[in-house]
Design a protein around this ligand. Sequence first.
Ligand code: CA2
Length: 149
Amino acid sequence: MWESRVKTVYVLNGPNLNLLGKRQPEIYGRETLVDVEAACRKLTDAAGMELRFHQSNAESQLIDWIHEARETACGIVINPAAFTHTSVAILDALNAFDGLVFEVHISNVHKRESFRHHSYVSLRADGVIAGFGVQGYELALQRLIRLSA
Ligand code: CA2
């Protein structure tokens, strides 16, 4: 039920992504989550869409935002961070969402430890981006905007 006149998209970020740009720049780059939000907002503003951009270290909070999106949003871009590899609960919440879901990883998880190679969220995602740095958020959002037009 997302027929409201202004289309809304959620960009959700999982645990520790609040540290983006402040630690481990060799893996995650130097841009902060504030920079990522600004880049996303530029795209949604230009498309006349509303952006809800959130980060939480708590699995339950991410699930609550996914539930909220069920009522209001045409799509979700999500970097579930470490919950990617562990959370059946986030997968279940996304399975109850009818719109588009794009999964983003800043790093190329397939080039890293084997425990990062499996994603529960990929079982639901309509598209997955990994290894494009924080530009991956913009690429996913551009695709979402194009498909939602
Ligand atoms: O590459 C990604 O975007 C990840 O989702 C990031 C997660 C990691 O657990 C996934 O396997 C891949 C970790 C997010 C932690 O973010 C930090 C950022 C800067 C400094 C420290 C942590």
